[in-house]
Design a protein around this ligand. Structure first.
Ligand code: NAD
Length: 350
């Protein structure tokens, strides 16, 4: 079992170091090798996704990423920006399924801007299609016609693209509370009428999982009104972009949220949902828990080791219950710790 570790920029190296300590402590005989991605790769090799990184990522079973980016590279031409390295690795590995859990641990209920009773104990999973939809559809552009500019994009999905992301959602639901809500806009968009038709067909393959459908505008409302009604939500690239950010913000604690991007064989890239946080980089105060929880997702989805995944998640719950908090989730009466101390607490609990 080979893991490619890409610490990246900003707080990336600090938080991945703690996640790597957790991986080693699990004693599951992983082979781990580090490589450069993002700004650090631009500085070292003038390429945000150098060939050596590409080779390592291809050979590995899973990739653990910290975060990339920082103000020092913001004015570079597009192909020499850290984020282009991220887009290239996702494309290169064919990662079409993005899984973003939004979990609010009861101990952190005050971190949300919503009333604690609405969000405490929230545990939902957004499954977003990542390589299709209006973001990639042709034709697209801005043209001049009849004396004025007009802009246009094309929303499209093939039934095979819809089927494979629905299957990811159903498989994930089987490991959770066995409910899938498929989100579309079938009352207006033909493309998403097809989405709903295919979702119903795929649903028949999973009789043990309950399938419901919701229009995207209602889904956006329900997420703030009663988010705990959902288990797994699955949707296309654009709706998923918006709904997954909305769902993660329900928790108010970006330093706690992991993510996974998977290919057709469950090879995956695992990373925290947050960025490289240049404002706190190098200070040893970043929250490593989102990256540690990304390791739990890696164990679950790539290595099919549910017991180890649950163990890591239980340990995170335990350190929160013990009162350990990094600055981003600190509140009076709890114990403020830095990145390494939080890692120490996790290892001790493990
Ligand atoms: P950000 O997520 O890096 O930071 C937003 C805020 O949250 C900051 O105040 C930061 O200090 C805080 N924060 C984030 N992670 C934290 C953690 N683990 N512990 C404690 N506090 C944390 O978003 P941003 O400031 O918009 O972007 C900074 C850089 O990160 C940019 O260059 C951006 O392009 C990049 N970025 C990268 C990724 C990625 O690598 N996948 C994702 C988003 C942004």
């Amino acid at each position: 079992m080979k893991i490619c570790v890409l610490p990246g920029d900003g707080i990336g190296p600090e938080i991945t170091a703690e996640a790597v300590r957790v991986l080693k402590a699990l004693d599951l005989k992983f082979e781990m090798e580090e490589a450069l991605l993002g700004g650090c790769a631009i500085d070292a090799a003038n390429d945000p996704f150098p060939p050596a990184t590409q080779k390592l990522a291809k050979e590995a079973d899973a990739v653990l990423l910290g975060a990339v980016g920082g103000p020092q590279w913001d004015n570079n031409p597009r192909e020499l920006r850290p984020e282009s390295g991220l887009l290239r690795i996702r494309k290169d590995l064919g990662l079409f399924a993005n899984l973003r859990p939004a979990i609010l641990y009861p101990e952190l209920a005050n971190a949300s801007t919503l009333k604690p009773e609405v969000v405490a104990g929230l545990d939902i999973l957004i499954v977003r299609e990542l390589t299709g939809d209006i973001y990639f559809g042709q034709p697209r552009g801005i043209e001049f016609k009849n004396g004025e500019r007009f802009g246009f994009n094309t929303m499209h999905y093939t039934e095979s693209e819809i089927r494979r992301i629905l299957r990811v959602a159903f498989a994930a639901a089987r490991k959770r509370n066995k409910r899938v809500c498929s989100v579309d806009k079938m009352n207006v968009l033909e493309c998403t009428q097809l989405w709903r038709d295919v979702a119903k067909e795929v649903g028949k393959e999973y009789p043990d999982v309950e399938l419901s459908h919701m229009l995207v505008d209602n889904a956006a409302m329900q997420l703030v009104k009663n988010p705990k009604q959902f288990d797994v939500m699955v949707t296309g690239n654009m709706f998923g972009d918006i709904l997954s950010d909305e769902a993660s913000m329900l928790t108010g604690s970006i330093g706690m949220l992991p993510s996974a991007s998977l290919d057709a064989n469950n090879k995956g890239l695992y990373e925290p949902s947050h960025g490289s946080a240049p404002d706190i980089a190098g200070k040893g105060v970043a929250n490593p828990l989102a990256t540690i929880l990304s390791v739990a997702m890696m164990l679950r989805y790539t290595f099919a080791n549910e017991a180890a995944a649950l163990r890591v998640e239980a340990v995170v719950k335990k350190v929160l219950a013990q009162g350990f908090r990094t600055g981003d989730i600190y509140e009076a009466g709890t114990r403020r710790v830095g990145t390494k101390e939080m890692g120490d607490a996790v290892l001790a609990a493990l």
